[in-house]
Ligand binder design. Sequence first.
Ligand code: NAD
Ligand code: ZN
Length: 348
Amino acid sequence: MADTMKAAVLHGVEDLRLEQRPIPRLERPEDVLIRIRAVGVCGSDIHYYRQGRIGDFVVEAPMILGHEAAGEVVEIGPEVANVKPGDRVAIEPGVPCRKCEACRTGRYNLCPDVVFMATPPVDGAFCEYVVMPWDYVFPLPEHLTFAEGAMMEPLSVGFHAARRGGVTVGDVVAVLGAGPIGICALQACRAFGATTVIITDPVPQRLDFARKMGATHTINAGSEDVAARVADITGGRGVDCVVECAGAPNTLALGLSLPRRGGSVVVVGLPAMDSLALPVGYVTRMELDVKGVFRYANCYPRALAAVAAGEVDVQSLVTHRYPLDQALDALLFADEHKSECMKVLVEN
Ligand code: NAD
Ligand code: ZN
């Protein structure tokens, strides 16, 4: 095997370079070397490219972007038993410490020491090879594609949101925002048993797509009164759960007004401003459960099972494909043609 590989490395704001990097080696007995085949472009990759930072995470040294990844096992350490060379796998991109309170209580997404791909200073997967410990590597069922493997990452966000919202059979859910995360949340809620899923977005193409992906009702957030439509659809009762996936300035405030008494609001979207006024009296009187969502924990196995069983369609999320050599074009296209694309994939 060669010593170096191609990688798309972010050096600073709007400075992405295709470079040769050393191929990572197995370091621990639990390590797996994976040849990357498909990586989704995420909003966070675009954000790091455009701004060089997301909140407190600042790109201070060159970093490989990309974290929604799938590939093929090349080499395994002596302690690896779940995969063997040649296996096709989905990669869960965050490896926690396994020792802290968050890890030990099963909420490892909250580990303060998590090592998460393409989050400074950790390298991501817009490259040819990565090394991961075996417990963050999941074999793909025979009939699943690398693209579907890569889409387990955003789908896991949707699964975690549905779980946090307590979504169950017969529920009425409103998903605000029909981007890739909103579509994953929509499908997760359906898979969890929600029978009515209302989704909102100002972009008509995204609403059309959401209908194909199982939304029972769509509301154009740009031209319709969302609260009035939701009241109409639910006969004035309100929804069991709101999943905020837009991250727009007003969507969370709107979202707080949509649940039934005792309903829940799950916050996935990240608005540009970090705080907003909370209608405390209303939230208290209605006894709303307002919950944050940070990535996911323990979601990959079930998300994979749901896709394998045909209960969730993530293949259709992928609308555009670029080779690794054109990772920059992939990022730019995803950023500049939002209404035309859902998920852009980098393949190699
Ligand atoms: P996206 O930008 O593709 O999708 C957002 C969608 O919201 C777009 O389709 C946009 O048209 C729509 N929108 C804008 N204004 C709206 C409004 N007023 N009402 C309804 N919809 C509106 O982004 P994405 O990749 O789907 O991610 C969605 C959000 O989730 C982002 O804020 C992202 O940062 C966040 N996110 C959070 C986590 C987490 O762990 N909490 C993980 C991944 C993504
Ligand atoms: Zn930990």
